[in-house]
Ligand binder design. Structure first.
Ligand SMILES: Nc1ncnc2c1ncn2[C@@H]1O[C@H](COP(=O)(O)OP(=O)(O)OP(=O)(O)O)[C@@H](O)[C@H]1O
Length: 263
């Protein structure tokens, strides 16, 4: 009996997005960002939302984070409806200015833990130090954000998110503003961290190669308003075969799925 319960528990998705329509009101107009989008994310998935600019990827991520309310449909985390932000969902954004500049790197990483009252100051600082070590920045604990490169700031943002030990780590084009070499090294770093910690990741990108590299599952969204066009298994693609013939063929296939009119 217990065994059955355990099997059922592991089989149920961590996150369910069901028929989600998101709309904004601007100048007495209603802008529909997504239309009846549904998908499920399992524990330890690296789930990528991929689509052209304006298809509603960020809106979906913000809705999961609890910043944008559903116009229709719902979002369930561990079976519970999401109604607002919470420390169980942490977002890493693209912008380098997401770190308060007056706080040291260590205080920046500890900040979320203290603000959400997850732990007392000593424990927060200890967890922050561990998270910084995980991303290779222990030496920069006392530095300030302006003393770091763009890539290092993103590493700090990732450390801050991981220190929270969220149920789902949400990343909104986190490497898009970095140069190609730094982007690749952070993609590698993210995958290494995932190997080590097996967190659940929802990752937004408009770059097909990045989606194949980072994700084990990819949700393709059609242009504005975003609808689900397809869901692909990408587990066979990664750093080991990036740029290979199979990788490029899959890239082209995804490109066609995204940009050719649906039949
Ligand atoms: N705060 C807002 N107010 C009004 N409209 C918005 C707002 N945020 C997004 N939109 C609109 O919703 C649609 C989806 O935007 P969203 O940013 O989610 O797309 P995206 O796929 O993430 O795009 P990009 O890749 O360019 O960031 C767009 O038409 C956008 O103009």
């Amino acid at each position: 009996m217990l065994e059955h319960a355990a099997v059922a528990a592991t089989a149920s998705p961590l996150l369910q997005v069901r028929g989600l329509t998101l709309e904004y009101r601007a100048d007495r107009q209603r802008i529909r960002a997504t239309h009846e989008v549904s998908f499920q994310v399992q524990q330890a998935d690296r789930f990528v939302l991929l689509g052209a600019s304006g298809c509603g990827k960020s809106s979906l991520l913000k809705a999961i984070a609890g910043f944008v309310p559903a116009s229709a449909g719902d979002i369930l985390l561990d079976g519970q409806a999401v109604h607002g932000p919470g420390p169980d969902r942490v977002v890493v954004f693209q912008e380098f200015d997401q770190l308060p500049p007056w706080k040291t790197v260590l205080d920046n990483v500890a900040f979320g833990l203290l603000a959400s009252r997850q732990c007392a100051r000593d424990e927060a600082l200890q967890r922050a130090g561990e998270a910084l070590a995980t991303v290779g920045l222990a030496r920069f604990a006392d530095a300030y954000p302006h003393q770091l490169s763009g890539g290092m700031k993103q590493r700090v943002a990732i450390a801050r998110a991981l220190a929270m030990r969220p149920r789902v780590l949400l990343m909104d084009e986190p490497f898009a503003a970095l140069d190609a070499l730094t982007r690749r090294s952070l993609q590698e770093e993210l995958l290494r961290l995932w190997q080590e910690l097996r967190f659940t990741l929802i990752f937004v990108t408009h770059a097909i190669d990045e989606a194949l590299l980072v994700g084990n599952r990819i949700l393709l969204l059609s242009p504005h308003p975003g609808r689900v066009r397809a869901e692909l298994d990408a587990a066979t693609f990664g750093l080991h075969n990036a740029g290979s013939e199979a990788f490029q063929t899959q890239q082209q296939r995804i490109h066609r799925l995204l940009f050719e009119p649906a039949r």
